[in-house]
Design a protein around this ligand. Structure first.
Ligand code: AMP
Length: 508
């Protein structure tokens, strides 16, 4: 099937293209606004710049910048021009960026002007032909270059199977893997969510999520753009700011931390959200007590959904039916789910096992890792999510654990193995284990449990400071403890369940 995800998105725009697609509220200078017409023109302009830069369809465009409307427009320009978009977490340190660039070999890197020199060096070393800059205030060489381009080509037609985005996700091996998402994956999931959540051009989505992740980029932006809704665009979640803007919105999407922060003050109440239509939550478990408190305070049942980088959204609680706290709802249309035992045999409802998914939303595999990709799929094209789940008699999916020991801190995934390798590399350290423990604000946070070499000296502050130099802050353990030895089972595996229990109050 030939089509263009970008054309599909433009087809969702309202008839009256003078209506506002994107608004950045501003106190001092008034709002910055993009009508749908202006948005299309900017997308065409950026796509033309990318083509003039010498990029060919299928080339990668890597981006590490602060959230901005221009960054979103650049994403849309990649879809339009057939280039593969590769967003990076803005908190990544240079070593993390270096690995991704080496792996993905982008033809263009767009970075913040503040790090142009460092990224320039990296690009030269890695053979990236071009670096342009873009900051949160729409300044930088990318914007200057785009202003000099006048022509534009029509959107490129792509096959549903062509790659649209590579989104890196860390694995149990500690090395990030590039999940290859096709135009067809993103289109099917965007349309499914628009229908499931009843998005229309009357909606106003308050957007406070980052856009280097599937939640903020695909779930939020595709729902809004495919339905011609308005987005109120915020650089990040700020409680006071969100409280200020919610009265103008109809929908809001968050990670659980957003909701616990909103509930933390009495100024968040039913009157403030009276006109709201929908609150959704995902990326990490929403506690039943948060769901209940939110409902008691506002009358709204938060709609929890579940997905992952590799698959987009798999399940959602119903829009009209019962939204069950502690569950992630029912499979989305066209998405098949099953729970299997350790041998891969499907289990019956009510039984716990590994959750597998199949459908048009499931990615094409990991970039340049054919063997690893094949390992993650069972016969019949079922992708093993790594989540442990139970599907009840009514079809609602309950997530009960994570096979991969993943820590989800403030909605961001932290893979213990990646951090353990860094700690183990420290000369004073014999071995270490990183476990997730409850954290009042982030839901969960990492704690390092470390065994030192004989006679070696290392303190908590030094260990944490060293990690902060190497990895994004959200990955750095909040506490470190030094012990004589790690608990292990007979197979020699560290018994992380014991550590989680021992340190469960460390970050409370
Ligand atoms: P990511 O690839 O960053 O989107 O992370 C995907 C993982 O986040 C999933 O495999 C789940 O473990 C977890 N996750 C996503 N949504 C939920 C949810 N609603 N409840 C619990 N865990 C979730």
């Amino acid at each position: 099937m030939s089509f263009s995800l970008y054309t599909l998105i433009e087809n969702g725009f309202p008839e009256d293209r003078a209506r506002i697609a994107l608004e950045v509220p501003g106190r001092a200078h008034g709002p910055r606004e993009w009508s749908f017409a202006r948005l299309s023109a900017h997308v065409a302009n950026y796509a033309a710049l990318l083509a003039q830069t010498g990029l060919k369809p299928g080339d990668r465009v890597a981006l590490q910048v602060e959230k901005s409307p221009e960054a979103l427009i650049l994403y849309l320009a990649c879809l339009r021009g057939g280039f593969i978009f590769l967003p990076m977490n803005s908190a990544y340190r240079i070593e993390e960026v270096d690995y991704l660039v080496g792996d993905a070999e982008p033809a263009l890197m767009v970075c913040d002007p503040a790090v142009e020199a460092v990224i320039g060096d990296l690009a030269r070393r890695r053979g990236v032909p071009r670096v342009l800059t873009l900051d949160a205030g729409a300044r930088g060489s990318f914007i200057e270059a785009a202003a000099a381009v006048t022509d534009a080509a029509p959107p490129l037609t792509r096959g549903a199977d062509d790659l649209a985005v590579i989104l890196y996700t860390s694995g149990t091996t500690g090395k990030p893997k590039g999940a290859m998402l096709t135009h067809g994956n993103l289109a099917s999931n965007g349309l499914a969510l628009r229908e499931a959540w009843r998005f229309t051009d009357q909606d106003v989505l308050l957007h406070a999520l980052p856009i280097f992740h599937a939640h903020g980029l695909f779930v939020a932006c595709h729902c809004a753009l495919l339905s011609g809704a308005r987005m109120i665009w915020r650089p990040k979640f700020d409680r006071a700011d969100v409280i200020d803007l919610l009265p103008r919105a109809t929908t809001f999407m968050g990670v659980p931390t957003f909701y616990t922060r909103l509930l933390a003050g009495a100024d968040f109440d039913a009157a403030l959200v009276r006109h709201m239509r929908l609150f959704t939550s995902g990326s990490a478990p929403l506690l039943t007590e948060t769901f209940d408190e939110f409902q008691a305070r506002t009358g709204h049942a938060i709609l929890e959904r579940y997905g992952m980088t590799e698959t987009g959204m798999n399940t959602s609680n119903p829009y009209d039916g019962e939204r069950r706290a502690g569950t992630v709802g029912l499979p989305l249309p066209d998405v098949e789910l099953r729970v299997t035992d350790d041998e891969g045999v499907p289990r019956t409802p009510g039984e716990i096992g590994g959750l597998e998914v199949r459908g048009p939303n499931v990615f094409k595999g990991y970039w340049r890792m054919p063997e690893k990709s094949a390992e993650e799929f069972a016969d019949g094209g079922w992708f093993r999510t790594g989540d442990v789940a139970m599907i009840d008699a009514d079809g609602y999916v309950h997530l009960v654990g994570r096979a991969k020991d993943l820590i989800i801190s403030g909605g961001f995934n932290v893979y213990p193995k990646e951090i353990e390798e860094l700690v183990d590399d420290m000369p004073e350290v014999l071995e270490s284990a990183i476990v997730g423990v409850p954290h009042a604000d982030f839901g969960e946070a990492g704690v390092a449990v470390v065994v030192l070499r004989e006679g070696a000296v290392l303190d908590e502050a030094t260990l944490i400071a060293r990690l902060k130099e190497k990895i994004a802050n959200y990955k750095v353990p909040k506490r470190a403890f030094f012990v004589e030895s790690l608990p292990r089972n007979t197979m020699g595996k560290v018994q992380k369940n014991f550590l989680r229990e021992d340190y469960k109050s460390a970050c409370a």
